[in-house]
Design a protein around this ligand. Structure first.
Ligand code: DAH
Length: 337
C-alpha cells in the first residue's frame, strides 16, 4: 500500500469519526468512492503506468476501495443505531398517556367521614387523640382506678406500665376536657386496639367514634335525640331506638343502645338473631367522677357520652358478613366501594 493510500485511509477515518448524521457519512462516501472520487481517480491513473506496474497498482486500488467501503458502511450503521436510540429516548407526545391507578376511600373511612358530617350538622366538632395513650387518660380519669376489675373489660395492649395502645376512643373525652371549658360538643373517630382473637366480628385493630356533649342541663332526652337522628341519617331508614341498662365506669346511668335491625326492619333475621333489634353502641350520662378528674364543676355541668364501633356499622351498612375483609387489603374487595 502506498503512502498516498495510507493518507486517504487516515483522512476518511477522521472524517467518519466526526460524522454525526447519515448525510455526513454520505458526503465522505461520495468524496472517496463516488464516480469522481479519490478511488476513481486512482483507477484512472492505472492505464498511464508502465505495463509491469499496472497489475500491482490495480490490485492496491481495489484493496483500498474495499477498505473504504467497509469503513463507510460501518459508519452508516453506527449513525443509524444512535439515531434510533435517541428517538427511543425522546418521548412521543402522540402516544396515549399511562393512566395512573386510582385508589378509593376505604369503606371504613367513608363511614367515619359520613358520621363526622352527620354530627357536625348537629354542632359537634371532630377531634382526634393519640393511639398510644396514658393509663391516666384511658382508665384513671375515666373513673377506673388501678386494679379495678372493670379494667378486664378492655383487653389492653400495654407499651409500658403507664402507656398503652388505646382500646377505646373514650380517652379523647378526657383530653378535650382537660384543655377546654364547657359548653362543648365533640366527636372523636379513630383506631383502637385490643388483645382479641380475630374472628368475623373481632379484630385486634378496629375503629370507634366517641361522642361527648357537656353543657348546663344536658339530659338523657338530648342523648336520645342526637343518637336517634344521627342513626336515621346514617342508615337512611326510619329506625327506632331503645336503651337497655348497662354498666360503664365513666357514665351513670349507662346504657346499651339498640336500634331496629337495619337488615330486616325489625321482622327478625340472622343479622339480629331473630330479635328485630341490634346492639349498636354504649352510652350514658357522664359520671361526676370524670368531671372531677378534669376539674369541672359537677354542680353546674352535665353531659352525655357515647362510643360506637365503626367497623360493625360498616358491616351492617354494606351487608358484609366477615369484617376481616376490611383489613386484608384485597383490592378486589375494596374496589367495590
Ligand atoms: N368506650 C366504650 C367501649 O369501648 C364504649 C362507650 C360506652 C363509650 C359508654 C362511651 C360511653 O362514651 O358513654 O366499650
Amino acid at each position: 500500500m502506498t503512502e498516498k493510500h495510507q493518507e486517504l485511509l487516515e483522512e476518511a477515518r477522521r472524517l467518519l469519526t466526526d460524522a454525526d448524521t447519515e448525510r455526513d457519512v454520505e458526503e465522505v462516501r461520495v468524496r472517496f468512492l463516488g464516480r469522481k472520487g479519490e478511488v476513481a481517480a486512482l483507477f484512472k491513473q492505472v492505464p498511464q503506468l508502465p505495463p509491469e506496474k499496472r497489475p500491482e497498482a490495480g490490485r492496491a486500488a481495489n484493496e483500498l476501495k474495499q477498505q473504504l467501503t467497509t469503513m463507510v458502511e460501518q459508519a452508516a450503521e453506527e449513525v443509524a443505531a444512535s439515531r434510533k436510540q435517541e428517538s427511543a429516548r425522546r418521548p412521543d407526545p402522540t402516544l396515549p398517556g399511562i393512566r395512573p391507578p386510582r385508589g378509593s376511600i376505604h369503606p371504613i373511612v367513608q363511614v367515619m367521614d359520613e358520621l363526622v358530617d352527620i354530627f357536625r350538622e348537629l354542632g359537634f366538632e371532630a377531634v382526634s387523640g393519640p393511639e398510644v395513650e396514658t393509663d391516666w387518660h384511658n382508665f384513671e380519669a375515666l373513673n377506673i382506678p388501678p386494679d379495678h376489675p372493670a379494667r378486664d373489660e378492655w383487653d389492653t395492649f400495654y407499651v409500658t406500665d403507664r402507656l398503652l395502645l388505646r382500646p377505646q376512643t373514650s380517652p379523647c373525652q378526657v383530653r378535650v376536657m382537660e384543655k377546654r371549658k364547657p359548653p362543648l360538643r365533640i366527636v372523636a373517630p379513630g383506631r383502637c386496639f385490643r388483645r382479641d382473637t380475630e374472628d368475623p366480628t373481632h379484630f385486634s385493630m378496629f375503629h370507634q367514634i366517641e361522642g361527648l356533649m357537656v353543657d348546663e342541663e344536658v339530659n338523657f332526652g338530648d342523648l336520645k335525640a342526637v343518637l336517634h337522628m344521627s342513626l336515621r341519617r346514617l342508615f337512611h331508614q326510619d329506625l327506632e331506638v331503645r336503651f337497655e341498662p348497662d354498666y360503664f365506669p365513666f357514665t351513670e346511668p349507662s346504657a346499651q343502645l339498640h336500634c331496629t335491625c337495619v337488615n330486616c326492619g325489625g321482622e327478625g333475621c340472622r343479622t339480629c338473631s331473630y330479635s328485630g333489634w341490634i346492639e349498636l353502641l354504649g352510652c350514658g350520662m357522664v359520671d361526676p367522677n370524670v368531671f372531677k378528674a378534669v376539674g369541672y364543676d359537677t354542680e353546674r355541668w352535665t353531659g352525655f357520652a357515647f362510643g360506637m364501633g365503626i367497623d360493625r356499622i360498616a358491616m351492617l351498612k354494606y351487608g358484609i358478613p366477615d369484617g376481616r375483609l376490611f383489613f386484608q387489603g384485597d383490592v378486589r374487595f375494596l374496589r367495590q366501594f
